[in-house]
Design a binder for this molecule. Structure first.
Ligand code: AMP
Ligand code: MN
Ligand code: MN
Length: 345
C-alpha cells in the first residue's frame, strides 16, 4: 500500500484525471464496483458517494455497491438521499471488486474494516479534499482547494460526460452545503457557487433539503444539547490566549435522552459560536475510555495540526481525532498540542 505525506500541491493533475476517467471507462459490463466513504458518514461522504454512484449507474455500471465501515446505520437526516438503494452493510460488500472508489476519507484508518479492499480490488481510486490526505490507494483525485469531495466528484462526472440530473444533484448539493456550512465558511469560493448553480438548475429544492439535513432533530436531542451546553467550559487563556471552549457528551447522556450517537454531530456548531474562544472542541464518548473529538477554529489556530499530531486529520478550520482516556486527559492533550501548533511554524 502506498502511503506518504500529503503533497501540499494544488490538486489533481491532468494525468490523474485521465487515469481516473480511464479506470471508469475501462470497466467491463460485468465489472463489480465498490464505493466506500468514511466511517460515521457525514453529508459530504455520503452525498458525494451516492451522487457519484447514481452517475455510474447512468453510465451503465450494473454491479455497483456503496458502503461504509461500522454499523450500517445512518442519521435520519441522510437516510432519504437518492441512491440509498445502492447501500449494503460492510459485511456484504464485494470482497474483491474490480474497482474500489473511496470518498472523503483522508487516511486508510477512516475506512475501518473495509481497508483491505485497497489491496483486493483491481484498482483503487481516491476522491478527497483533505490537505492531510495520506495518498493511500492507486489513483488520487485529492484537491485540498476543493470545498467538498463533491466538487471533485462533480468534476469527474463532467469528465465522464454524465449529465447532472436532480437525483445526482441532491447528493452533491447535500455534500456541498455540509462542508461549506451552507455557504458560510471560508471554503465558499466562486467555484462552489458555480457548482451550486449547476446543481440547483436541475430543479432540486434547497429549502426542503436544508430543512431535512440541518434543521430537524428529535426533542430529546434538543434537551440533550441543553444539558451538554450547560457544562461547557471556557478557557480564555488556552491556545496562547486565543481561547478554548469545550464540552463532552457521554453514552449515559445519550441513553438518558434516548438518543443515537449521530445526533451529537451538530453539537459543535452550538459550541463554536462562543465569541471568547478561537478553538472549540466536543468530546463524544464512543466507549468507556474512547472519544470521537471534533475541533473547530475561527482561524488563529490550524486545528488540523493538533488533530494530525493526535493521529487524526482534517482541515485548518475543522478537524478531529480519536481520544483515549478520561475527559480531562484528552482535553489536556489538546491544550498541549494547541500551544505547540501556535509556536511551531
Ligand atoms: P467532524 O468534527 O467529525 O465533523 O470532522 C471534522 C473534520 O475532521 C472532517 O474533515 C473529518 O474528515 C476530520 N476528522 C474527524 N475525525 C477524524 C479522525 N478520527 N481521523 C481523521 N480525520 C478526522
Ligand atoms: Mn467528511
Ligand atoms: Mn469533506
Amino acid at each position: 500500500m502506498l502511503t506518504g505525506p500529503a503533497s501540499g500541491d494544488g490538486g489533481p493533475t491532468e494525468a490523474d484525471w485521465a487515469a481516473a476517467v480511464a479506470a471508469v471507462r475501462g470497466l467491463s459490463a460485468e465489472a463489480r464496483v465498490l464505493l466506500i466513504c468514511h466511517v460515521n458518514p457525514d453529508g459530504d461522504a455520503l452525498g458525494s458517494m451516492l451522487g457519484f454512484g447514481l452517475g455510474l449507474r447512468r453510465l451503465g455500471v450494473r454491479r455497483l455497491q456503496a458502503t461504509f465501515p461500522g454499523p450500517p446505520e445512518l442519521p435520519e437526516s441522510l437516510r432519504w438521499l437518492p441512491g440509498a438503494d445502492l447501500l449494503v452493510p460492510a459485511v456484504e460488500a464485494y470482497p474483491d471488486p474490480d474497482l474500489v472508489i473511496c470518498f472523503d476519507a483522508a487516511s486508510e484508518s477512516r475506512l475501518g474494516e473495509l481497508v483491505d479492499r485497497l489491496d483486493t480490488a483491481g484498482a483503487a481510486l481516491v476522491l478527497d479534499h483533505h490537505a492531510s490526505n495520506t495518498r493511500f490507494g492507486g489513483i488520487h483525485l485529492v484537491d485540498p482547494r476543493a470545498a467538498a469531495t463533491s466538487v471533485v466528484a462533480g468534476e469527474l462526472l463532467a469528465r465522464l460526460d454524465v449529465p447532472l440530473d436532480a437525483e445526482i444533484a441532491v447528493g452533491l448539493y447535500v455534500a456541498l452545503t455540509t462542508d461549506t456550512g451552507s455557504f458560510r465558511f471560508e471554503a465558499t469560493t466562486p467555484a462552489v457557487h458555480r457548482l451550486a448553480a449547476r446543481l440547483l438548475a436541475t430543479g432540486i429544492n434547497p429549502g426542503d433539503i436544508s430543512r431535512r439535513v440541518f434543521d430537524t432533530r428529535p426533542f430529546g436531542a434538543v434537551q440533550l444539547f441543553g444539558e451538554v451546553l450547560l457544562r461547557a467550559r471556557l478557557e480564555p487563556a488556552a491556545a496562547a490566549g486565543h481561547g478554548l471552549v469545550w464540552t463532552y457528551a457521554t453514552l449515559d447522556d445519550l441513553a438518558r435522552h434516548d438518543q443515537r450517537p449521530y445526533v451529537l454531530e451538530a453539537l459543535i456548531d452550538s459550541v463554536r459560536c462562543t465569541a471568547e474562544a478561537d478553538v472549540a472542541c466536543v468530546l463524544k464518548q464512543v466507549a468507556a475510555d474512547e472519544w470521537a473529538v471534533s475541533m473547530r477554529s475561527k482561524g488563529a489556530v490550524d486545528v488540523s495540526r493538533v488533530a494530525v499530531a493526535l493521529d487524526g486529520g482534517g482541515h485548518r478550520f475543522a478537524a478531529g481525532f480519536t481520544g483515549r482516556g478520561g475527559v480531562e486527559e484528552v482535553v489536556g492533550r489538546i491544550r498541549a498540542r494547541l500551544d505547540e501548533a501556535l509556536t511551531a511554524h
